[in-house]
Design a protein. Structure first.
Length: 70
């Protein structure tokens, strides 16, 4: 299990930084904590979640050209 703590001076910055990590397989753990440096949020990810996210990336396939015979 991997853990990550994001610290930001305000809620908007915190939301932006957390949103960037969602596509990488991170999930929220607990609530937002307010402290003297601003706000923080803990995220958690299982190694298998990261592998699943990597496999789900769309595969760019080459367009097939077909030559029509008349």
């Amino acid at each position: 299990m991997e853990y990550n703590i994001i610290v930001a001076p305000n809620l908007e910055t915190l939301a932006t930084e957390v949103a960037v990590l969602f596509p990488q397989g991170w999930k929220l753990k607990g609530g937002i904590i307010e402290h003297h440096n601003g706000f923080s949020q803990q995220l958690v990810r299982k190694p298998m979640d990261r592998l699943k996210k990597n496999k789900q990336e769309p595969v760019v396939s080459k367009q097939r050209r077909t030559k029509w015979i008349e």
